[in-house]
Design a protein around this ligand. Structure first.
Ligand code: NAD
Ligand code: UD1
Length: 342
């Protein structure tokens, strides 16, 4: 199949591109580089032996996007592009609604116009709001706590309505839990701009000495050790979930959780990271972060049964691979910096 991957140079998109190529699909990546680097393109070309197309294009630019779809003979779309910082969505909600809704509308309009039968969308466990885990796809969604979460719930609704009105448009909504880790080459991984908000990139930057110590948000949750519990999933397992979803796309709308089904606490992650990488992570406990809940983990029975997909990597793999990426990427950036000063 020929798959158009929107946001394919981002964290999850870049890993998914590699798995799509490995599975024998051809791809066109569309990205405007607002939250990714052109170097990722070079790195994908180093890792993969298969060729692919790249278009630097803003998905908000419908006319430009249409020329790409028109040329492409596209069989399916995987839509990753969008803005994803929860905090930023609270301070700049209009930008989040503008970008996340309009990128989805533009791609869906083109899927309908060009009769593209497969559309996979990056949703999030955030659409479950503060519901009690394990979270099941069929449960009624609770209000989300921030504009970012709202955009995900709204995009799900837009795609549901579009598929109902256009029965040839098959849609899969993938609700991700907490993706961490990196490709085993260490060449691509999660590389946030500025100080990380999410746990794993913060840990790797503390380990590297870029940040002084990890602040753990709360140790008084009703969990085994008092720290928050999440369903961490290796980004390569998550990537494989997309390939299973697009290959097995049916008509109508399918919804799947992509998680491991198992919760791991913040302290357990730190201890595992220290053990497998043989180093220490300085940390302190501070007050709970606004909007956080105690436990979030998936029920993964449906995705296992219907897509035949399950995770293969454990927390140790996630910690090892995240650390390998941090080291290689820091070295890469230092070398690039010294090149500039030559
Ligand atoms: P990312 O920011 O690394 O990747 C998104 C990519 O989309 C970037 O390369 C960015 O440059 C591109 N992009 C953004 N706006 C664009 C536009 N208007 N036109 C073209 N390209 C554009 O994010 P990610 O972590 O890879 O997440 C991918 C998707 O998964 C997002 O929709 C995100 O909301 C969703 N998601 C992510 C997580 C997570 O923990 N990373 C969890 C749940 C859901
Ligand atoms: C956050 C977002 C969620 C988004 C997800 C993936 C919030 C409230 N939620 O989820 O919408 O889908 O990222 O991008 O921002 N932690 C620390 N110290 C840190 C960082 C995190 O203790 O410096 C803890 C958190 O309190 C939490 C756990 O680590 O218990 C995981 O946090 P994080 O990686 O930010 O993910 P989520 O909060 O699950």
């Amino acid at each position: 199949m020929h798959i158009l991957v929107s946001g394919g140079l981002g964290y999850i998109g870049s890993h998914t591109c590699l798995v799509l190529l490995e599975a024998g699909h051809t791809i066109s990546i569309v990205d405007n580089l607002i939250n990714s680097k052109i170097e990722t393109l070079e790195k994908l070309r180093i890792i993969s032996t298969s060729d692919f197309q790249f278009y630097q294009c803003d998905i908000l630019d419908y006319e430009h996007l249409e020329t790409i779809v028109h040329e492409g003979n596209v069989d399916g779309i995987i839509h990753f592009a969008g803005l994803k910082s929860v905090g930023e969505s609270v301070s700049n909600p209009l930008e989040y609604y503008r970008v996340n809704l309009n990128t989805t509308i533009n791609l869906t309009r083109l899927a309908v116009k060009y009769k593209i039968p497969r559309f996979v969308f990056s949703s999030s466990a955030t659409v479950y709001g503060s519901a009690k885990s394990p979270l099941v796809e069929s449960q009624k969604l609770l209000p989300t706590t921030n504009p970012y979460g709202e955009t995900k719930a709204m995009c799900e609704k837009i795609l549901n309505d579009a598929s109902q009105a256009n029965p040839n448009l098959g849609v899969t909504l993938l609700r991700y839990f907490n993706p961490i880790g990196a490709h085993e080459s260490g060449l691509i991984g999660e590389n946030p701009n500025g100080t990380p908000n999410n746990l794993m990139p913060y840990i790797t930057q503390v380990a590297k000495g870029k940040l002084e110590k990890l602040k753990i948000f709360g140790n008084d949750y009703p969990t085994n050790d008092g720290t928050g519990v999440r369903d961490f999933i290796h980004v390569m397992d998550l990537a494989k979930g997309h390939v299973a979803a697009i290959e097995k796309q049916k008509s109508g709308v399918q919804v799947y959780n992509l998680g491991t089904g198992k919760g791991t606490s913040v302290l357990e992650i730190i201890k595992t990271f220290e053990r497998v990488n043989n180093l220490e992570i300085p940390y302190e406990f501070i007050e709970r972060r606004n909007g956080d809940i105690a436990e979030v983990y998936a029920n993964v029975l449906k995705v296992g049964k219907e897509l035949g997909w399950k995770t293969e990597r454990n927390i140790e793999d996630m910690c090892r691979d995240a650390w390998r990426f941090e080291n290689q990427n820091s070295q890469y950036e230092e070398e690039k910096f010294s090149e500039l000063w030559k």
